[in-house]
Design a protein around this ligand. Sequence first.
Ligand SMILES: NC(=O)c1ccc[n+]([C@@H]2O[C@H](COP(=O)([O-])OP(=O)(O)OC[C@H]3O[C@@H](n4cnc5c(N)ncnc54)[C@H](OP(=O)(O)O)[C@@H]3O)[C@@H](O)[C@H]2O)c1
Length: 251
Amino acid sequence: MSAQLEGRVAVVTGASKGLGRQMSESLAKAGAAVALVARSGELLHQVVEGIRAAGGKAEAIVADVTEEAAVSEMAAEVKEKLGVADILINNAGINNRKSIVDFTLDEWNEILGVNLTGPFLCSRAFVPGMKAKKWGRILNMTSIMSHVSLPNRTGYSTTKAGLIGFTKSLALELASDGVTVNGISPGPFATEMNKPLIEDPEKNKMFLERIPIGRWGQVREIGALAVFLCSNEAGFITGTDIVIDGGWIAQ
Ligand SMILES: NC(=O)c1ccc[n+]([C@@H]2O[C@H](COP(=O)([O-])OP(=O)(O)OC[C@H]3O[C@@H](n4cnc5c(N)ncnc54)[C@H](OP(=O)(O)O)[C@@H]3O)[C@@H](O)[C@H]2O)c1
């Protein structure tokens, strides 16, 4: 087990599956005590058990990141169980692939709520502790859809591009406090969110043709990047967005 994050307390939202699960496992393997947050307790507990079985330290905390009171309670629980958080990964996110004419206002508000209000509420809850420690790392899961787009992604691209603006402003606000704030823009990774695309042979082929490296990303590749960005060695990286996409947006 590497000790790169030994003694650090990390919070990962959307940690029950996909990239959030992988980043939680990678941070724990690097020595951090990790609070895993999502709405589904059962899945979270399974991931936590796996981390503990591998010798890591983890706690499952059920919360909806769109609810102000739930985020406050979650932050209090993190402090009580693990201590003041050093690392926050705003990873919980949803997609909704449909034409603008079919988008209901409720669906629009839902995607804004999870992908933008969630990072706002969670960052607001954990920034004071990081400022007091004069050390912190915030990672926001953005997307290649923050930089380029596809048809039927208005809600997703709007929120993920907005999250880059949020990242930059918060990075500047916290630059003199030892707290860095960065985005990670994944390209296509083989996760739950992308299952409908991977299982559709035509769409899968279309995606693979658009990825210069010629394959879907592997989740452990995100885990390794997150560990580095949360380490002391990444202390001069702030206010930017790291793209990990097999070359998608270079085209
Ligand atoms: N997969 C990719 O290729 C890809 C590419 C670009 C960007 N991203 C971004 O990376 C992040 C993770 O993606 P993923 O593919 O790993 O997603 P995923 O497999 O669909 O998992 C999403 C996670 O977020 C949680 N979540 C959703 N709504 C929530 C809420 N209101 N409160 C708390 N937790 C909530 C889910 O758990 P519950 O449902 O139990 O709450 C789950 O743990 C997202 O922000 C996504 O936009 C992914």
